[in-house]
Each structure stands twice: as structure tokens, then as C-alpha cells.
Ligand binder design. Structure first.
Ligand SMILES: NC(=O)c1ccc[n+]([C@@H]2O[C@H](COP(=O)([O-])OP(=O)(O)OC[C@H]3O[C@@H](n4cnc5c(N)ncnc54)[C@H](OP(=O)(O)O)[C@@H]3O)[C@@H](O)[C@H]2O)c1
Length: 342
């Protein structure tokens, strides 16, 4: 039976992030009340999280808060990626159960699947082989989140589900070159090279890995679809069903940004998994499909980046440092929100 969102109080954890922003935007089309917490609520702090849930008592939760980063950030801080994400998942899922949340959607990621999983990667590949070393810590925390949802379903009858999006991109992405994922890192590096009229540009890795990308607005639409129509312990992949090599992706970004210098590849930097295409047939069978093509989506994201990060040749680090004290709840009527995405 469908979960009707009308009149529901829906907490979006991580609403300031790329996925959370897109989910807020998408939820405003529903007749629901959106709940967010001030950034001072540290979801790693169990007692604060419990207290927040006890005060606010949401009906449903979309758990889009996580410590997220690209390949170098994951390689350099595995302890933090493992611990932060374990704590966030465990605290939110447990607090949700403690106040009888009716529905919870946990966000995992395609990196939970084994490094050499058969392609396209079906949901059944979970835990069938060794993980990619560069993001093993993050993946283990995310796998634990999925397992927590399954365990709370089995033990307490909670309607907690999990979704595994492929690589996402769009407005509010992290464009800090030290921690960004591949596509926002490419957009920033290419844009800088174009502005500086650099004759050549060196990019990380060999350029050969194949990756699948989905615009974050499509992802948000898929998440709201799942919240309404999916109720099972099996995780669900969310993808575009299309793959592209990093080299071709770089060429596409150069074309969009109007950069015509030469590209070089620094093969001393890690590539990650050679290929990562998800089997999205479960979503397709349920009747959902994406609408934003890769080239259009990158062009829109590039415009967004350019508008916000002006003509300066060097941008400051674009992410604010986490600074958290005690939390207060913020409650918004869906209709009261301004659209945060330009
Ligand atoms: N980006 C992708 O390509 C991708 C792909 C597949 C799945 N996902 C999943 O989607 C989810 C969201 O990713 P995203 O790309 O939107 O990441 P993001 O832009 O970095 O957003 C993460 C959000 O989580 C919040 N957060 C982090 N640590 C927190 C803590 N201890 N307490 C409270 N809030 C905290 C951040 O708040 P602050 O900024 O205030 O710290 C931020 O609002 C993650 O679960 C990720 O695994 C992302």
C-alpha cells in the first residue's frame, strides 16, 4: 500500500547538502510539512539526536546526512568516514524507532558494492565480494546503515527502506578540489583552466574508469517515489543506466566550459573501481525513470557554479567547517519555503 505524504511531517536530515537541498525542493510539491534541524544538531551525538526526535516527532525521515567525499578524502581519513557515518546511521535510525517514525529512507551509495561485482551491478551483489579499498571505510558504514534498516524492520516492524544512488551531481555539490567527487572536481578544474587561459590541464588518474552519473533532482524525485511506493528490506539502486569514461566526461566538461587546452592524465593518482554501472531494473519495473540528460545536467551545474563563484581566479574553500553546538528544531510548512536551487 502506498505511503500517503499528505499532512505528514517529514524530517530531511542533511538538508543543507546537495541531496538534502534537492529533496527539500522536490518535497515542496507535496502537501506535507518539511522538518529540518539547525546545523548545530550533530547527528553523531546520540543523546542530542534522541532528544531532537522526542521533541519534534516526525512521521517520516529521509536520511541524507553523511560525511561524504571523493577518493582522496576517503583515502586520507578512513577513520572519520567510518566512525561519523556509523554514528549518524545508528543514531538516526534508533531515534526514529524510539518515537515510532512511520517511514524512514536511508541513503547508501553505489560504493557499497564489491569492487569486481558483475556489471551492471544488481542489488543482490551486496556483500558478495571484497570492497574497493579506497572507500572501504565509507562503504562499510553505509552497509551497516542498510543492515540496521533491515534489522529494525525485522525486530520492530519499522517501515525503514534504503536506496543506493549512483554518482550524483548538481547544485550545492562540493567543489572543493581537495575533497570533491570526480564531476564537481572536473568542473572546477576545467573552469579555472579556462579562466586562466592555461595551455594544458592535468587531471587525476588514467581517465579510463567508467562511471554512471545522475542529476541530483532526478535522484530526489526517485527518493520521494520510493518513500511513497516502496516497502521492502531489499535496497534499491537509483541510476541513469548510462555510463561514460572519465576521459569522455572531461572532454564533455571542457566543451561546456569552453576550454580548449590539452588534457594530461596523472596516472600516479588512484582510479578507484574500474567500472561502476548499476542495474536499475528494480526502479524501472516500479515505473520510475530519470529525466535529465548528462550533457544538459552538466551544463546547468556548470552555469550554477559559474554564477555563484564569480570571476575570481582563485576561490576560497567552498565548504564551511562543521561547527556544532546544541540543536533547535526548525519546522517549515512546505509552502513556506523558498526554492533554494537557482
Ligand atoms: N554525492 C553523491 O554523488 C552521492 C552518491 C550516492 C549517494 N550519496 C548519498 O547521499 C547522501 C548525501 O550526500 P550529499 O552528496 O548530499 O553530501 P553533502 O552535500 O556533503 O551533504 C551532507 C549533509 O550531511 C550533513 N552532515 C554531515 N555530517 C553531519 C553531522 N555529524 N550531523 C549533522 N549533519 C551532518 C552536512 O551538513 P554540514 O555541511 O553542516 O556538515 C550536509 O548537509 C549521503 O548519504 C551519500 O552517501 C551521495
Amino acid at each position: 500500500m502506498a505511503y500517503n505524504l499528505t499532512g505528514k511531517r517529514i524530517y530531511v536530515a542533511g538538508h543543507g547538502g546537495m541531496v538534502g537541498s534537492a529533496v527539500l525542493h522536490r518535497l515542496r510539491q507535496e502537501n506535507c510539512t518539511i522538518l529540518t534541524a539547525e546545523s548545530s544538531l550533530d547527528l553523531r551525538e546520540q543523546s542530542d539526536v534522541r532528544q531532537w526526535f522526542a521533541t519534534v516527532r516526525p512521521d517520516a525521515v529521509i536520511l541524507a546526512a553523511a560525511k561524504v567525499g571523493g577518493i582522496i578524502a576517503n583515502r586520507d581519513a578512513p577513520a572519520q568516514f567510518l566512525q561519523d557515518n556509523l554514528l549518524i546511521a545508528a543514531n538516526v535510525i534508533d531515534a526514529a524507532q524510539s518515537v515510532d517514525v512511520e517511514k524512514l529512507l536511508f541513503l547508501g551509495s553505489s560504493c557499497i558494492y564489491p569492487r569486481m561485482a558483475a556489471q551492471p551491478i544488481a542489488e543482490e551483489a551486496l556483500l558478495s565480494g571484497p570492497l574497493e579499498e579506497t572507500n572501504e571505510a565509507y562503504a562499510l558504514a553505509k552497509i551497516t546503515g542498510i543492515k540496521l534498516c533491515q534489522a529494525y524492520r525485522r525486530q520492530y516492524g519499522c517501515d525503514f527502506i534504503s536506496a543506493m544512488p549512483c554518482n550524483l551531481y548538481g547544485p550545492y555539490d562540493n567543489f572543493d578540489p581537495r575533497t570533491a567527487h570526480v564531476l564537481p572536481a572536473l568542473i572546477r578544474k576545467v573552469e579555472e583552466a579556462a579562466r586562466n587561459a592555461a595551455p594544458d590541464l592535468t587531471l587525476w588518474g588514467s581517465g579510463t574508469p567508467l562511471r554512471e552519473f545522475l542529476h541530483v533532482d532526478d535522484c530526489a524525485d526517485a527518493l520521494i517515489f520510493l518513500l511513497q511506493y516502496y516497502s521492502d528490506e531489499k535496497p534499491v539502486n537509483i541510476g541513469s543506466g548510462e555510463e561514460i569514461s572519465i576521459r569522455d566526461l572531461a572532454e564533455m566538461v571542457c566543451e561546456i566550459a569552453g576550454y580548449y587546452g590539452s588534457l594530461h592524465w596523472d596516472e600516479t593518482m588512484p582510479d578507484g573501481t574500474p567500472r561502476k554501472l548499476m542495474d536499475n531494473s528494480r526502479m524501472r519495473k516500479m515505473g520510475w525513470q530519470p529525466h535529465i540528460g548528462l550533457e544538459d545536467g552538466i551544463a546547468a551545474t556548470h552555469r550554477w557554479f559559474r554564477e555563484r563563484h564569480g570571476p575570481a581566479a582563485l576561490w576560497p574553500v567552498l565548504r564551511k567547517p562543521a561547527h556544532r553546538a546544541r540543536a533547535r528544531a526548525m519546522v517549515h510548512k512546505a509552502s513556506m519555503h523558498q526554492h533554494p536551487i537557482g
